[in-house]
Design a protein around this ligand. Structure first.
Ligand code: UT7
Length: 335
């Protein structure tokens, strides 16, 4: 049942999907009324037109719980059957306990273990790989992976170079055994030398919270956009190519390519280098911005709704982000 070689795993599938989309829409035009930016700059540099914001009283776990509840209500699965809850997020509720513990308790997953995966915006792909490994190894039958972000709570709304890019939302998938030998090919990578390029400087053990860290606005997301852009365009292509090669699948045989939704220019550049046509590539960042760990499941949901992702399709997903980390996965869509 288990992997034939590194990165290749048989016997697991995505068996259910759910999402949570906050109601509040923040347009570029509205942002331009509060900071020195413009719809023209944001949409031409990133492709983003609007993003969603959670309510002031909502945290990451609230969005994750909503996505998991949506998943359970649509697909007839029961919370008591879940063996493991993996929560992925750039900005968890608190440093500890794990957001997954709160999610499991709130949805009634009373028989589940729970832990968080922290790999920046690549978290969803890392979480999916972890869930797949547990299921393929026969350790667990039913693993819930959430990708949820209340990122608006961690943005410096005075910093135009970051606050225009991100948004809130959540998705959840259930990984279960597959009886028709579905294959997951994965590639997970990390280059910790890029850690300073995307981080939240204070609030951990390196720089505990103090009056000074608050005054210096060090409890918000900080990013060197140019460095992350350079990293992303290179590593994403390499990772996708490796995953395709490991699975023995050509780019032309991929039905849908769903990259992390950080910037339309990155998506177009990467897609062109991999040889994908426009029809093969999915994006929705124009409506959601960069929702970090939620971006891929939100795309999967939209792609299904639009009839662009169908049962039996070959799906390639890729994430990248803080760490700097990256991860890609090829699978057959079974929903
Ligand atoms: O999920 C995490 C992964 N994150 C990413 O993948 C982000 C990757 N990076 C990017 O997508 C791009 O680097 C950005 C969209 C963040 C920035 O685009 P850029 O073309 O690299 O712009 P820049 O940072 O080089 O800035 C160009 C100019 C600067 O002005 P000067 O110095 O040329 O006068 C900035 O101050 O644009 C200015 N600028 C803005 N102007 C209007 C930066 N942000 C804004 C803004 N509105 N919001």
């Amino acid at each position: 049942m288990i992997g034939l070689r590194r990165g290749l795993v048989h016997g697991a599938k995505i068996a259910a999907l759910g999402v949570s989309i906050p109601e509040r829409v923040l347009t570029n035009a509205e942002l331009a009324r509060t900071i020195d930016t413009s719809d023209e700059w944001i949409s031409s540099r990133t492709g983003i037109r609007e993003r969603r914001l959670c309510r002031p009283d909502e945290a990451t776990s609230d969005l994750a719980v909503a996505a998991a509840t949506d998943l359970l209500s649509r697909n007839g699965h029961h919370a008591e059957d879940i063996d493991l809850v993996i929560s992925t997020s750039l900005v968890p509720d608190t440093l500890f306990p794990a957001t997954a513990s709160i999610v499991a308790e709130r949805i009634g997953a009373v028989n589940a273990g729970a832990f968080d995966v922290q790999s920046g915006c690549t978290g969803f792909v890392y979480g999916l790989a972890t869930a797949t490994a547990f299921v393929s190894a026969g350790i667990y039958d039913t693993v819930l992976v959430t990708g949820a972000e209340a990122l608006s709570k961690a943005l410096d709304w005075q910093d135009r170079s970051t606050c225009v890019l991100f948004g809130d939302g959540a998705g959840a998938v259930l990984v279960r055994p597959s009886d028709n030998g579905s294959i997951f090919a994965f590639d997970l990578g990390n280059d910790g030398s890029g850690a300073p390029f995307l981080n939240m400087p204070a609030g951990g053990t390196r720089l505990p919270a103090s009056h000074e860290t608050v005054d210096d606005r060090q409890h918000f997301l900080r990013m060197n956009g140019r460095e992350v852009y350079r990293f992303a365009t290179r590593r994403v292509v390499e990772s996708c190519q490796k995953t395709l090669d490991d699975a023995g699948v050509a780019a032309a045989q991929v039905d849908l390519f769903v990259p992390h939704q950080a910037n339309l220019r990155i998506i177009e550049k990467v897609a062109a280098q991999l040889g994908f046509s426009d029809e093969q590539v999915f994006f929705n960042l124009d409506r959601f911005g960069n929702t970090s760990c939620a971006s891929i499941p939100l795309c999967l949901h939209d792609a299904m709704a639009q009839g662009r992702l169908k049962k039996g399709d070959r799906l390639l997903i890729v994430g990248f982000g803080a760490g700097l980390t990256w991860g890609s996965c090829l699978t057959r869509w079974e929903l």
